[in-house]
Design a protein around this ligand. Structure first.
Ligand code: NDP
Length: 294
């Protein structure tokens, strides 16, 4: 069997196009463009690239992008003051604080200071709690992207066995909640799970977010299963150059799976597309408008 490749780039482009249409409609109703503020503290090169891409995608979708850069030496009080200012700014519908933050800053304190109504990353405990109790919530972008891709492969996820490897607050746990909302039967596995391979083999949908290059092997996968690989790992090739790989050994997995997301070009592009959607959701909810139809 050779798996169907689930092309995250193409799906993300569809979602971004829908977001642009909705942004134009919402801008008319709001009398201004929906706005996303991104806070970058320090000069981590990877974070700078992410922030630049987020800004560009926001503008391309017809929304306002506000970039705020603070130096590596910024104090927690300075970051908190900026977050408060953005919370109070009516032109800002979404606030994203780029992680990781420098050591002197408590990330939880900063994330918890973001107004939950503008928390487009979905990391605030209020949104995590709403998601867990089935209330309308801003859910984290990467897991939302995973579910969109899984639904592209399967249509309905109801009754399917879903296994999530990884239990972080950013990916694993919210992804499990979203799959549960789709009526999948969900198992969460982690570093203390006994016989991870056997648990993984139960999955009709196997979602992997552990941060270990090519950790999941072909014989961990049930023939015909859908594999969603969230991992992004940079490894060195024999020629000394580097390349990106996922948490799944792609070549062997693709021989067994029914469908699989590649790395790069799978879940990665979905994250920014879903950030745009979350910004529109936040803008509509704040203004009492119906939620965007995406
Ligand atoms: P974390 O490091 O926060 O969490 C990793 C999880 O994997 C933990 O729950 C950990 O278990 C589990 N784990 C680690 N080692 C093993 C193991 N040997 N066996 C079983 N479980 C294990 O990572 P994130 O969730 O933040 O990210 C995971 C991956 O996804 C990373 O590669 C990251 O780069 C990528 N990522 C990609 C995004 C995208 O846009 N595509 C966005 C976010 C992340 P335990 O809790 O027991 O320690």
């Amino acid at each position: 069997m050779t798996a169907k490749i689930l092309d995250g780039k193409a799906v993300a482009a569809e979602v971004r196009a829908q977001a642009a249409q909705e942004a134009a409609r919402i801008a008319v109703q709001l009398g201004r463009k929906p706005g996303l503020a991104v806070v970058l503290v320090g000069a981590d090169p990877a974070s700078e690239v992410y922030v630049r891409n987020k800004g560009r995608s926001t503008v391309e979708a017809g929304m306002e992008s506000f970039e705020h850069k603070l130096p590596e030496t910024a104090s927690e009080a300075e970051v908190l003051a900026l977050v408060q200012k953005l919370n109070a700014d009516d032109k800002v519908d979404g606030i994203l604080v780029q992680l990781p933050l420098p050591k002197q800053i408590d990330s939880n304190r900063v994330l918890n200071a973001v107004d939950p109504a503008k928390d487009v990353d979905g990391f605030h405990p209020m949104n995590a709690g709403k998601l867990a109790t089935g209330l309308p919530a801003l859910a984290p972008c990467t897991p939302v992207g995973c579910v969109i891709i899984a639904k592209k492969a399967h249509g309905s996820l109801a009754g399917l066995e879903a296994v999530v490897l990884g239990r972080s607050n950013i990916v694993g746990k919210p992804l499990a909640q979203l799959l549960l909302q789709e009526n999948a039967t969900v198992t969460i596995a982690h570093s203390r799970t006994k016989d991870l391979a056997a648990v993984a083999r139960r999955a009709d949908i196997l979602c992997v977010a552990i941060g270990k290059p090519e950790f999941v092997k072909g014989d961990w996968i049930k023939p015909g299963a859908t594999v969603i690989d969230v991992g992004i790992n940079r490894i060195q090739k024999p020629d000394g150059k580097t390349k990106l790989v996922g948490d799944v050994a792609y070549e062997e997995a693709a021989k067994v799976a029914g469908a699989i997301t590649p790395v790069p070009g799978g879940i990665g592009p979905m994250t920014i597309a879903c950030l745009l959607v979350n910004t529109l959701r936040a803008a509509c909810a704040r203004a009492g408008l119906p939620a965007p139809g995406i």
